[in-house]
Ligand binder design. Structure first.
Ligand code: AMP
Ligand code: MG
Length: 347
């Protein structure tokens, strides 16, 4: 299959539907899969109502079929066709965070979307992306879109159309290139089926922000306690991994340099994932900065691209700085730990 590229120059306000977006929407109506930018990462969309279309997402990504997908919508009317939610808290969350990087797990209306989307669960995960191209595409297709990140399963999520091309060229109908995404990490997944909402996956909206709107919010125990099985099926898989093994170092910069030296003495080439504050003082073969510690949203935004960049070098091992696990740091550490297969070195 030849993968088309539709270039849409930027993500400024869309006042009319671009012909490129119309073309992509037509592919979706014909049960094809199309990648599109959102404010978090690039998504891989398909008609959420069609078994055939949704199967193509799993095939293209090599994604395990027991990992359910998030349904992307452009209006609350669309949500009402999919979920029979009643809760006051859900209304407040929608009001405060949609469109935006918050996915709500809600009771589903049987038959509203393909069983393949929900992997047989009685709930459905839904979000309204805050990106004019994504919203225009959903509206033009006039369909709810099932859309995971547009990477091969296990790889870092794509934050540019080029990343999508590298992973999925020839496997999907097309990619809308709308430039680099903003947040850089996936949405927060919040289970709203119990009285107190539970974070199943930390992401673009922080626990602190959620609590300001709806009071108490819990975190799925599996994110804190080792050995607990996660409530969100997707959280059990290794993700985001660069080719070389990655270790997170909880320690000082001199300590990181000592670890690097040790490996170099064994003849290994070493990469270090660092920040702009420290980059000048790291002594390794490849030193890549993913943002500034003074503003962790910069790290969130560039983390995946930086992890992917390490694959371009011939290195044997990567050490990464650790980040404080609060605010957006919680999502950053969650993704880094997954990329590292939970390998941490403490000073
Ligand atoms: P991705 O599509 O790769 O961004 O991942 C979607 C995440 O949402 C995965 O961790 C899924 O397991 C999770 N998810 C999707 N639907 C549900 C659901 N109904 N209940 C719990 N988690 C879900
Ligand atoms: Mg993903």
């Amino acid at each position: 299959m030849k993968t088309k590229i539709w270039n849409v120059d930027n993500r400024s306000e869309i006042t009319y539907i671009y012909p490129q977006v119309e073309e992509a929407a037509t592919e979706l109506q014909h049960d094809e899969v199309v990648s599109f930018p959102t404010e978090t990462v690039y998504g891989l969309g398909a008609n959420a109502k069609s078994d055939k279309a949704v199967s193509k997402i799993f095939e293209a990504k090599g994604r395990p079929s027991d990992n359910p997908l998030i349904v992307h919508i452009a209006s609350v009317e669309q949500l009402k066709e999919i979920s029979s939610y009643q809760s006051e808290i859900v209304h407040k969350l929608i009001e405060a965070f949609w469109p935006g990087p918050l996915t709500l797990v809600l009771p589903k209306i049987e038959g509203a979307v393909s069983e393949k989307v929900t992997a047989g669960l009685s709930t459905v995960a839904v979000r309204m992306p805050d990106h004019p191209i994504a919203l225009a595409l959903i509206e033009a297709a006039n369909l709810p879109l099932a859309a995971p990140s547009a990477n091969l399963s296990g790889k870092p999520s794509p934050t540019t159309a080029d990343h999508v091309m590298k992973d999925l060229n020839g496997r999907i109908a097309g990619i809308i290139n709308g430039g680099a995404t903003g947040v850089g990490l996936e949405s927060t997944v919040l289970d709203c089926t119990e009285e107190v909402p539970v974070i199943l996956r930390p992401g673009g909206v922080t626990k602190e922000q959620l609590e300001e709107v709806c009071g108490k919010v819990e975190i799925d125990q599996s994110l804190i306690v080792e050995g607990q099985s996660p409530k969100s099926p997707g959280m059990k898989y290794t993700h985001y991994a660069p080719k070389a093994p990655l270790f997170i170092v909880e320690g000082s910069l001199p300590y990181i340099n000592t670890l690097v030296k040790e490996k170099q003495n064994e003849g290994k080439k070493v990469g270090v994932l660092t920040t702009s504050e420290n980059a000048g003082n790291v002594e390794a073969n490849v030193v890549l900065s993913c943002g500034t510690r003074a503003d962790l949203t910069t790290v969130a935004s560039q983390l995946y691209a930086t992890l992917r960049s390490f694959d371009e070098y011939d290195i044997d091992i990567i050490y990464s700085e650790a980040f404080p696990s609060e605010g957006v740091g919680q999502a950053i550490m969650n993704r880094l730990l997954k990329a590292a297969g939970n390998q941490i070195i403490s000073q």
